[in-house]
Design a protein around this ligand. Structure first.
Ligand code: 13P
Ligand code: 13P
Ligand code: MG
Ligand code: MG
Length: 368
């Protein structure tokens, strides 16, 4: 008999920042715990953890209801609505920021919150890492996912573990056209990179092991800016990565973050900056509202129980990456309002430019 499947759902939203966009007020975490505990007591969930990265509330839930389950999404939505009430009482900043709809309508995708889910048959041992980032966007995962699953200079297992030799399949979203394409590595690596490099438009949605189609990673790729048609806050992303035994080893999953690559986000969601890997305690971006942060929570799944989290980036071996990120951040900051520190116009989330153009339109003089 096939083992019962477990679904891991990470659903997140910014429902109010403390102070400004910095971090999460403990009262919101407590309210979220109460909401999820009630669902657990009713038998709806197997386990849960409430975490935060910066000002984003992260619901980490295990259950047996499969991906995109209406009741699980409803539970997350109701939890965010309830936490928004707390945020309003405390007059926290941007209370309900990511809740773009007045009512829930079956699936949380498209309503504002971010969501990454994997339904799996738990292996004999199931080490997973949940990555959560603040002050950036879903394209931030492209480079690390490529390195984990396609770059042998990062992942030794691609060379020395026969169970990885079949390579991995990347499902990539074109956020502008709302279409997806699947590309196989190593065979279609160059085509894949042509897309992944353009990370403001193309982003990895899922990764599969080609030998058996087993899902290896899932990311939240909802682009709030495209959903809302105007700036409503950055779509700070999450992702789930399975590791070991036919997948990249744990250290191979974390290794890409030793290089603080440049992502979109930071101040007003309108700047380029380095993605700094930090311990849970340090996910409080304040320097120019940044630099962008990523935390990694390690878990062993045990029949759906979340054994963890282990704070994976707390390790002192990530100190040089933090040092480098701060140096790069300082260098970019010196550009002030100049590109490439400030995003190009099309990607500016605070679309101040149309307003400025409008204000000054009568002062433009046509050249002969
Ligand atoms: P151990 O020998 O400690 O189990 O490690 C194996 C491994 O895959 C490390 O990457
Ligand atoms: P968040 O997307 O984390 O809310 O940050 C928005 C912002 O404007 C930071 O300067
Ligand atoms: Mg915020
Ligand atoms: Mg945020």
């Amino acid at each position: 008999m096939a083992a019962e499947k477990i679904t891991l759902s990470i659903i997140k939203a910014d429902v109010g920042g403390y102070v400004g966009h910095t971090t999460m007020h403990p009262d919101l975490m407590n309210r979220a715990e109460e909401c999820l505990q009630e669902a657990l007591d009713k038998g709806m969930l197997v386990d849960f953890k409430v975490m935060h990265c910066g000002d984003d509330l992260e619901l980490i839930i295990t259950h047996k209801r499969g991906e995109e389950d209406e009741e699980i999404h409803q539970l997350a939505w109701d939890t965010f609505v309830s936490c928004t009430e707390v945020a309003k009482t405390l007059k926290l900043y941007g209370a309900g920021q990511d809740l773009l709809s007045d009512a829930f309508s079956g699936n949380i995708k498209g309503l504002g919150p971010g969501c990454a889910e994997i339904e799996m048959e738990e292996r004999k041992s199931e080490p997973i890492v949940v990555f959560m980032a603040d002050k950036t966007s879903p394209g931030a995962w492209n480079l690390p996912l490529f390195r984990m699953f396609a770059d042998p200079f990062n992942t030794a297992g691609l060379v020395i573990d026969p169970s990885c030799h079949g390579g991995f399949r990347f499902e990539v979203l074109d956020a502008k056209q709302n279409m997806t394409i699947e590309l196989d590595c190593p065979g279609e690596m160059y085509e894949l990179l042509a897309f992944l490099g353009a990370h403001s438009r193309f982003m990895v949605n899922r990764v599969y092991r080609r030998s058996d189609g087993e899902v290896a990673a899932a990311a939240s790729v909802q682009k709030l800016s495209y959903i809302a048609g105007k700036y409503v806050g950055k779509d700070d992303p999450v992702m789930i990565v399975r590791s070991q035994a036919g997948f990249p080893a744990l250290g191979e999953v974390l290794e890409p973050f030793a290089f603080p690559h440049i992502v979109e986000g930071w101040m007003r969601g309108s700047h380029h900056g380095p993605l700094m890997p930090v311990g849970f305690e340090d996910a409080t971006p304040t320097r120019f509202d940044g630099p962008p942060r990523v935390i990694a929570a390690g878990f062993q799944l045990a029949n759906g129980k979340l054994v963890g989290p282990l704070d994976m980036f707390k390790d002192i071996s990530f100190d040089p990456a933090r040092q480098k990120a701060n140096e790069i951040g300082e260098y970019l900051r010196r550009h002030g309002p100049f590109e490439p520190h400030r995003l190009p116009l099309e990607q500016m989330e605070y679309t101040t430019m149309p307003g400025i153009m409008d204000k000054l339109k009568d002062r433009f003089v046509q050249n002969a």
